[in-house]
Design a protein around this ligand. Sequence first.
Ligand SMILES: Cc1ncc(COP(=O)(O)O)c(C=O)c1O
Length: 372
Amino acid sequence: MRYDADMAVPFLDLSRVNSPQWADYRAAFDRVMTESQFIMGTDVEAFEREFAAWVGVTHAVGMSSGTDALLATLMAYGIGPGDDVLVPTLTFFATAGTVARLGARPIFVDVDPSTMLIDIDQALERRTANTRAIISVHLFGQCVPLDPLQDTTLFIIEDAAQAHGATNSHGVMVGAQGHAACFSFFPTKPLGGFGDGGMVTTNDDDFADRLRLMRVHGARPKFHHLHVGGNFRLDTLQAALLRHKLPTVDAQADARRAIAARYRDALSVLEGRGTWRWVGRTPGRHVFHQLCGLASARDELRAYLKTLGIGTGVYYPEPLHTQPCFESLEQGLGHCPNAEKACNELVALPCFAGLTDSEIDEVANAIISFYL
Ligand SMILES: Cc1ncc(COP(=O)(O)O)c(C=O)c1O
């Protein structure tokens, strides 16, 4: 996948990200073809073990996507009609969509205007008598500090879809901080696969067992259904390929951190002018799934960069609480003002392993020439 393939500086070029390991991926593909074990089997089990060890948890359960990881987690916890679940409004749709699909109510929470992460204090204030869980999203690759939640009875779900390898200020990996954590292997993610895939991590033996049951239509033994689950299995082929990619994730995050640092230096001339502000950082290791700033005249800036052949992204153009499908929840405009404002200003710059120094400088100089 090459976003803005016609651009001189693409927003994202996955062929550059993945090409150093192409030979390994081809060998893994060949091996799975030869073995012809396409559903579950040793590659899925081995990848689950390797991923759990990397995150520092006892269980990792492969899933068909990040969305299904969230859905299966909520199902395994028994979330349903009458339950409320706290979610940030600035996130990908799946964070709230999965809650609504189960008949529960998402309660939208605003973001911290500096980091764009869920405002945990407000989340605690917005709890109702029916609030059973919170999904905290480690947005853009930075870790939400979850310490204030530890004394609550809330079931803490980390949405770690964008933050493989990030840590909190104590050095604990995302995925090892809540009761369960949901990862996506969508191709653009920090551990991106070659199609859809996902994972749930947990230290809870019983919960891991329920997840494993949920992903096979709740059947144990086969054809005997204890629960209504779904087909949430991670493909064997994805697992085989991702086993080769996992050892490269930390180095790729290092590369994105170096890119972010170069942009920061280059754009420091804009500091204090009120036109460009970086999205703030929380303590801990940030893996820069997205490198985002808040830009005045954002849409004009993007159009200008486009004329120069520079691709950018917007995450997200609209918060979730104002989406038409959630109108009946009556949490519309004004419910989360920080996110409403940010959605007009957020812009993501090209930031991927393989981006060259001269490309970074080209983007930075173009932004400077727009504002100065
Ligand atoms: C924060 C967040 N949650 C959930 C998802 C859903 O993951 P997937 O696309 O693998 O279903 C994504 C990715 O798109 C995401 O960014």
